[in-house]
Design a protein around this ligand. Structure first.
Ligand code: NAD
Length: 286
């Protein structure tokens, strides 16, 4: 049914990052049937890109499970304020950190700030990301290449390095990679390369941090209905978005949130260096 609505209203946005408040239909960030059980009681989580899309779903699920959260976002104040309201409605704290994750100092200061305000940092969700599709490989400029790598993978390093200094046994890092790291993506060569890097980063960091009993995993979403999609793809691609999955529809952020809960919780205590694939079935002609 969602697919039908999306086909009628592709809602192309002309700024990046996109704005969830302006999407129609709006993404679903949590299912009405979701039952929390205190899986993250007393934890503090920092979620980059937490204002919208998958990050909003993670923020709301974490709050429902008992965690206080900090949200990093570039400049989408309306979305960030809405997510803050949703988190606070669950009785949890929500700090907003507005800034550019390409800036290493901003990433380090954000980690310092969440710890000084909330007392600790137990879960880091590296999730902020950007993409600029290009039909031809030669069209990817040096500037685009640098921006994409700085946002999508350098920042994951900056946050992880700063966080690990303060993390202790039982804490964890979750990175958002993508199905594009596992199949070809002809119009997203630079973006999919960063997602491959995130997957390798996840495996190597996991074995490095195992001795400290800090787990590191990733989630690889398939096509998910978020502001990233309406702000970066052409109308035609938006109309058909997700139809290439075995389920022939895009996922909703609400279908991603529970994977991040599981990986952050003690239920995943023997899982590290792994990627959880949430993609509606093998993508065939993406
Ligand atoms: P989204 O637009 O809701 O989230 C992207 C977030 O990244 C925004 O919150 C934005 O503020 C943040 N961001 C971008 N550049 C930034 C910068 N320079 N500094 C600070 N923050 C910045 O879209 P989403 O789809 O929820 O994206 C979340 C993650 O999921 C991304 O890493 C994306 O690559 C990944 N992903 C999305 C899909 C999909 O189909 N939507 C599929 C696979 C992977």
């Amino acid at each position: 049914m969602e697919q039908e609505v999306i086909e009628k209203k592709p809602q192309k946005q002309d700024r990046q990052p996109g704005i969830e408040a302006e999407m129609n239909p709006k993404p679903e960030y949590i299912k009405a049937t979701y039952k929390a059980s205190g899986k993250l009681n007393g934890k503090v989580a920092l979620i980059t890109g937490g204002d919208s899309g998958i990050g909003r779903a993670v923020s709301v699920h974490y709050a429902k499970e008992g965690a206080d959260v900090g949200i990093v976002y570039l400049d989408e104040d309306v979305d960030a304020q809405e997510t803050k309201k949703l988190v606070e409605a669950e009785g949890r704290k929500c700090l907003l950190f507005k800034g550019d994750v390409k800036n290493a100092d901003f990433c380090k200061e954000t980690v310092q700030n969440i710890i000084s305000e909330l007392g600790s940092l137990n879960i880091l969700v590296n999730n902020a990301g950007m993409q600029i599709p290009q039909k031809e490989a030669e069209a990817i400029t040096e500037d685009q290449l640098e921006q994409t790598f700085r946002t999508n993978i350098f920042a994951y390093f900056y946050f992880a390095q700063a966080a690990v200094e303060h993390m202790k046994e039982g804490d964890c890092i979750i990175n958002t990679t993508s199905v594009t790291a596992y199949r070809s993506s002809p119009n997203l060569i630079d973006y999919s390369s960063t997602k491959g890097a995130i997957t390798s980063f996840t495996r190597s960091l996991a074995t490095n941090l195992a001795k400290k009993k800090i787990r590191v995993n990733a989630v690889a979403p398939g096509p998910v209905w978020t502001p990233l999609i309406v702000s970066t793809f052409e109308e035609e691609k938006i109309k058909k978005f997700g139809s290439e999955t075995a389920m022939e529809r895009p996922g909703q952020p609400s279908e991603l949130g529970p994977a991040y809960v599981f990986l952050a919780s003690d239920d995943a205590s023997f899982i590290t260096g792994q990627v959880m694939h949430v993609n509606g079935g093998e993508v065939v002609n993406g």
